[in-house]
Ligand binder design. Structure first.
Ligand code: TPP
Length: 369
């Protein structure tokens, strides 16, 4: 369904881009974001990158067991956070979306607490590292099994439609997730039900070591939307403005009652798949270097320079403020202390059966409680 406000053509051959390599505005419409909003986008991009670096350091220093880097994904992630109604719409993110969670307003202390399994973690240490969520902000806790969060996201969107809440659901996942049966079932059912949901593929071209041509015979991921009966947008996910405007259009489409949208955001992950992977085994260093030259933060900085909104002092200030906020949050998360083991018996059963009661008793004995 084409609306008057539509700016972009679905199913474009090339990814939609609004910022050129030198920071020039390529849009065929007037930029309608104010100075403050542009500055907020930059701040959130930087904070996401710094959070990513800190989470890796926690793993490297043995404080947590696992890290999944997201550097290179920030453009689309920050765009999503700025395009949704925060705290009102529902988010079903995936394990690389900690920068998205932060930009949505999930407190950094909770994100660190989740990674360290301290009392600062609202999930009480029950999740793997890099699996944040926020009940308060309608951010569904990250689920490890690939694409398993996509059917519940469709379910939430159908529920919002039936109840007439006006909420939109945005769910994100990697390119590999689009090969899963769960993914196809969820996308198909969402279209059949006219559910207000935007599916976002953060396509970094690899599912661990498996590259996209081994995942699909389609020319890209966005084109799959055609068969399901919804618009499919193909966007440069390392261009925060293109990602923002495409997400805004997709969310408006879903909110207007016109049904779901699929967005494919082309990104690149600079780091390995996870702290348990060696990417040198399956991709050339030159490829990684090529994409680092197209860094979303650097590109947006060049754009701000051209808009007269940049100074090195301001850039340094933004970085320092974000560093300080993260350092403070990390200190608070560590100071909260580890989650007591005995908490594992809470919240799961209304009334525990005898095997759990016995296990609880044995653990209490072991811990001298
Ligand atoms: C159902 C399932 N199969 C396999 C895995 C192991 N696994 C973890 S991440 C991953 C790759 C997913 O790639 P993609 O969806 O492209 O996301 P990316 O990690 O590239 O961001 C795999 C196969 C899993 N977690 N769940």
């Amino acid at each position: 369904m084409i609306k008057n406000t539509q700016r972009f053509e679905p199913f474009s051959k090339n990814p939609i881009s609004l910022i050129g390599e030198k920071g020039e505005w390529l849009g065929k419409f007037e930029l309608d974001l104010g100075e403050e909003e542009l500055r907020r986008l930059y701040r959130d991009l930087v904070a996401a990158r710094l959070l990513d670096e800190r989470l890796l350091l926690l793993q490297r220093s043995g404080k947590t067991s696992f890290a999944m880097e997201a550097a290179g994904h920030e453009g689309i992630q920050i765009a999503i956070a700025h395009a949704v109604k925060r705290g009102f719409d529902w988010l079903f993110p995936y394990y690389r979306d900690h920068g998205l969670a932060l930009a949505l307003g999930v407190p950094a202390v909770e994100i660190f607490g989740e990674n360290l399994a301290t009392r600062a973690d609202p999930a009480k240490g029950r999740q793997m590292p890099n699996h944040p969520g926020s009940k308060k902000l309608n951010v569904f806790t990250v689920a490890s099994p690939i694409a398993s969060h996509v059917p519940p996201a469709t379910g939430a969107a159908i529920s919002a439609k039936i109840q007439g809440t006006g909420q939109v659901v945005v769910t994100s996942f990697g390119d590999g997730a689009t090969s899963e049966g769960d993914w196809h079932a969820a996308v198909n059912f969402a279209a059949a039900q006219g559910a207000p949901i935007v599916f976002v593929a953060e396509n970094n071209r690899y599912a661990i070591s498996v590259d996209l041509p081994k995942q699909t015979g389609s020319e890209n991921i966005a084109i799959k939307a055609k068969a399901y009966g919804m618009p499919g947008y193909y966007v440069d996910g390392m261009d925060v403005l293109a990602s923002y405007y495409v997400m805004q259009e997709a969310i408006e489409h879903a909110r207007s009652g016109a049904g779901p949208v699929l967005v494919e955001a082309l990104v690149y992950r600079y780091g390995p798949h996870s702290s348990a992977d060696d990417d040198r085994l399956y991709r050339p260093k030159e490829e990684v270097e090529y994409w680092k030259q197209r860094d979303p933060i650097l590109r947006f900085q060049r754009f701000l320079e051209r808009q007269g909104l940049w100074s090195d002092e301001w850039g340094a200030e933004v970085r320092q403020e974000a560093e300080e906020e993260l350092a403070e949050a990390l200190a608070a998360a560590e100071a909260a202390g580890p989650v007591p083991e005995i908490w594992m018996f809470e919240d799961v059963y209304k009334d525990m059966l005898w095997p759990q009661l016995e296990q609880q008793r044995l653990l209490e004995e072991e811990l001298g409680l």
